[in-house]
Each structure stands twice: as structure tokens, then as C-alpha cells.
Design a protein. Structure first.
Length: 158
């Protein structure tokens, strides 16, 4: 799963309702739906107020943009957004905490090493994944080929 591809978070404002800003995960999609008015918008034609690989930075910009849109009470959209980078948490040497079940399971399987089913289950339980969800996720990873079972009950990353 770690192919070097980074997510890009884009902050946009709906040009139809002009009162809602949102963060969009730029995955190359053609359209996005406004969370406020429900309008389908062409992603490439939207004005991008901010583009970042850091979700916290995008959230901070979106919050400031939304406050200025709602606080002024008019539909004018501000042209520049200033933000204080000191409010963004430093991520020096820290890996982001995985939050999807597949990311949690994959993060607990050491690269190039094997791990037993019981050991893996106890590791993912500490991350908040219950036994049923763990087994379902492990089954999906085995089917997709991201994880394989060289011996019965022993798992490795592909």
C-alpha cells in the first residue's frame, strides 16, 4: 500500500451557493458534490483556495475560509487566506496513525517478516479494531494479494 503516492487535499468553495467551503481529496475525479446545496460541480473548474498534502493544514485553511464566508454575511469570496503555521502540529519523523482497518492491519505486519495470527490480532486490538472486523479485513487483504499465508496461521506482506 505504500507506493509513495501522497494524498492531496484541496479546499474549494461551491460557486453555486457561495456559502460553503469543503475539503476535497484530489484523486483525479471529474466531479464533486457540494455538501451544502448538493450541486454536482466539475472539479477541474473549481477555484482551489488551498492545495496541500497535510490534512491538518487543509482543515485550518477551510475553517478560516468558512468563518470569513459565514461571518461577513455576503457571498464575496476572499482572494487570499493567511494562516499561522505554528498552529499546525509538527510531524517530524512520525508516521501518521492509520485509521482504516486495512491500513491498521498492514501497519502491524512487519515488512519482510512473518507474524502469527494471534500476535497480529493482539496488535490490532490495541489500535481499536475488534476481532470480527480484523478477520474480515485480513480476509480481504488475502483476497487482494496484499498479504499472503506462507504457512497455516502465519502471514506476510506481499
Amino acid at each position: 500500500m505504500s507506493s509513495g503516492w501522497e494524498r492531496h487535499y484541496v479546499v474549494v468553495v461551491c460557486p453555486k451557493c457561495r456559502v460553503h467551503s469543503q475539503i476535497v481529496d484530489d484523486r483525479g475525479q471529474k466531479s464533486v458534490r457540494c455538501q451544502n446545496c448538493g450541486t454536482n460541480l466539475r472539479f477541474r473548474k473549481l477555484r482551489q483556495f488551498h492545495n496541500s498534502t497535510d490534512l491538518e493544514e487543509a482543515i485550518l485553511i477551510r475553517t478560516k475560509l468558512q468563518a470569513s464566508l459565514v461571518g461577513k454575511g455576503d457571498s464575496r469570496i476572499i482572494s487570499t487566506i493567511e494562516f499561522d503555521k505554528s498552529k499546525i502540529k509538527e510531524k517530524k519523523g512520525k508516521k501518521p496513525i492509520p485509521n482504516k482497518p486495512q491500513e491498521i492491519v498492514l501497519s502491524k505486519i512487519p515488512a519482510g517478516e512473518s507474524i502469527s495470527f494471534t500476535e497480529l490480532m493482539s496488535l490490532v486490538k490495541t489500535m481499536g479494531l475488534d476481532e470480527e472486523k480484523f478477520e474480515d479485513t485480513l480476509h480481504k487483504l488475502l483476497e487482494s494479494g496484499e498479504v499472503y499465508e506462507p504457512k497455516n496461521g502465519i502471514f506476510r506482506r506481499a
